[in-house]
Design a protein around this ligand. Structure first.
Ligand SMILES: CC(C)(COP(=O)(O)OP(=O)(O)OC[C@H]1O[C@@H](n2cnc3c(N)ncnc32)[C@H](O)[C@@H]1OP(=O)(O)O)[C@@H](O)C(=O)NCCC(=O)NCCS
Length: 295
């Protein structure tokens, strides 16, 4: 007789719980603006388990067990960031405390999640980035570290920054200021410095650096205005401004401020093409504007 055992990623109890959760959508959600997204995620979660029962354990623990987006978010962050120094219950209590004290963390996360779903052509639902995407998960970890930093709990903020870097390959200084509706695609190699500002609705790909030149102290990092698209590997250096709706080509090194709705490319980056009329971060349009001549 074969001694091969079945994978144990879920139990029969997990599957029974999924069925119960599918029936028990709460009817009193109070005024939680993240409720619709959590309801949609719970429906996606049940469908995912119906397609593949091996997902039941993870999906129960990460989504269906939790009554709200805030609770689920705290649990997911804790599960990812726990280590030998700070176990999962401790991390969960910390993330729950941060989100309860500052509900804008959960609201920003919900907008980030929708940004990924809407802008990433490789993403078809909400639960995929919530469970798996390094860009989304690292950004939410940063939001907890930033909350700690603002309260003077700098060493714990550094613990979360360090653990986020280990887990996701993303290094965002806890003092940096990052808006919401942010899509970080792939995530790997992203670095955002201490005095950087990233406004709402920005999209960036892997390998982006928002760093200093090494020649300035104090406020020395870039300011990225709303709706900017930063291509893979773009290095934006110094206390310069990338204007609203601008686009930075992959592999560019940006050393001077960029006018709004302008595309820059190259090393060092120079403006090319015509003024953009839209917000490239929303469309993820990485095409260069066409030449202004006809052959
Ligand atoms: C190279 C560096 C140190 C600047 O050195 P510098 O001698 O003071 O240079 P300047 O700023 O005066 O620029 C001199 C020329 O080099 C160009 N230049 C500067 N940095 C450059 C870079 N990284 N790549 C290509 N060209 C660069 C400038 O455009 C300028 O060109 P120009 O003379 O044609 O106008 C700086 O730009 C740099 O790259 N620092 C590294 C910072 C870093 O890695 N930050 C990440 C932190 S997380």
């Amino acid at each position: 007789m074969s001694t091969t055992t079945r994978p144990t990623a879920f139990s029969v109890a997990d599957l029974q719980l999924v069925q119960q959760y599918a029936l028990c959508e709460r009817d009193s959600w109070e005024a939680d603006p993240t409720q619709p997204i959590w309801s949609a995620m719970r429906r996606e979660a049940v469908e995912a388990v119906e397609r593949d029962a091996l997902m039941a354990g993870q999906i129960n623990a990460a989504i269906l067990r939790h009554a709200s987006f805030a609770d689920g978010l705290a649990a997911r962050i804790a599960h990812k960031l726990a280590d030998g120094d700070f176990g999962e219950p401790c991390m969960a209590a910390l993330a729950t405390e941060a989100i309860a004290d500052s509900p804008s963390i959960a609201r920003a996360a919900a907008r980030d999640l929708m940004a990924v779903r809407d802008r990433d052509p490789a993403c078809r639902d909400l639960i995929t980035p919530f469970l798996f995407f390094k860009g989304f998960l690292s950004l939410q970890s940063y939001r907890i570290a930033h909350w700690l930093w603002l309260r003077g709990r700098e060493h714990l903020a550094r613990q979360i920054q360090s653990r986020t870097s280990e887990m996701f390959g993303v290094d965002i200084h806890p003092a940096a200021r990052v808006g919401c509706g942010i899509m970080i695609d792939h995530g790997t190699g992203l670095v955002i410095g201490e005095t950087a500002v990233v406004e709402d609705d920005v999209s960036m790909l892997h390998g982006v650096t928002l760093g200093g030149t090494g020649k300035q102290g104090g406020d020395r990092h870039p300011k990225i205005r709303r709706g900017v698209l930063l291509g893979a590997g773009a290095k934006v250096l110094g206390n310069i401004t990338v204007g609203e709706g601008a686009k930075v080509g992959a592999g560019s090194i940006v050393l001077d401020s960029v006018e709004p709705h302008t595309t820059v490319v190259g090393v060092p980056a120079r403006p090319v093409g015509e003024k953009l009329t839209d917000m490239p971060a929303f469309t993820m349009d990485q095409m260069l504007p066409g030449p202004d001549y006809v052959i």
